[in-house]
Ligand binder design. Structure first.
Ligand SMILES: [Zn+2]
Length: 124
C-alpha cells in the first residue's frame, strides 16, 4: 500500500498518478477512481476532492467495484475501520449513482473529454 510517499507536484512531465482499486485490484489513473477517506475524526466519507485528510482507499468509479468492496469488507480492511450501518447506507446510495461499467475512460489517445473533471488535483 502507499506508504508516506512524498509526491512532488513540481514539473513532472505528465506522470499520471495511479492507484489500485481495493475491489478489483486494478491499477488505474487516479481520476478514474473514487477516493474514500476515514477522516481523523473517524468518519468515513467519499472524498470528491481527493484532498481530504485521513486514511484513503480508492475504488473504481463503477458500481460493481463499490458493491464488491462493501460486500466483501475490502473497504473496512483498507481503511482499518468498520463502517457503521449508516455509513454503509450512504456509500451504497452513492454507488447506485455510479455507472455499472466505466465507459472506456482510459483508452489511450481517445480524446480529452476529461476536461470536466472537477478535482483540480493535477493542476497547480
Ligand atoms: Zn475496481
Amino acid at each position: 500500500m502507499v506508504k508516506g510517499k512524498k509526491i512532488r507536484q513540481k514539473d513532472q512531465p505528465r506522470r499520471v498518478p495511479e492507484r489500485t482499486c481495493i475491489a478489483c485490484r486494478n491499477k488505474r489513473p487516479k481520476r478514474a477512481l473514487k477516493r474514500i477517506v476515514r477522516t481523523p475524526t473517524g468518519e468515513i466519507i467519499v472524498d470528491e476532492t481527493g484532498k481530504a485528510n485521513g486514511r484513503g482507499a480508492y475504488i473504481c468509479a463503477r458500481r460493481e467495484c463499490w458493491e464488491q468492496a462493501l460486500k466483501r469488507g475490502s473497504l473496512a480492511r483498507a481503511l482499518r475501520a468498520t463502517p457503521t450501518a449508516e455509513t454503509l447506507e450512504v456509500l451504497r446510495a452513492y454507488a447506485v449513482k455510479l455507472p455499472l461499467e466505466t465507459e472506456a475512460t482510459e483508452t489511450t489517445g481517445a480524446s480529452e473529454v476529461m476536461k470536466e473533471a472537477k478535482d483540480g488535483t493535477d493542476s497547480p
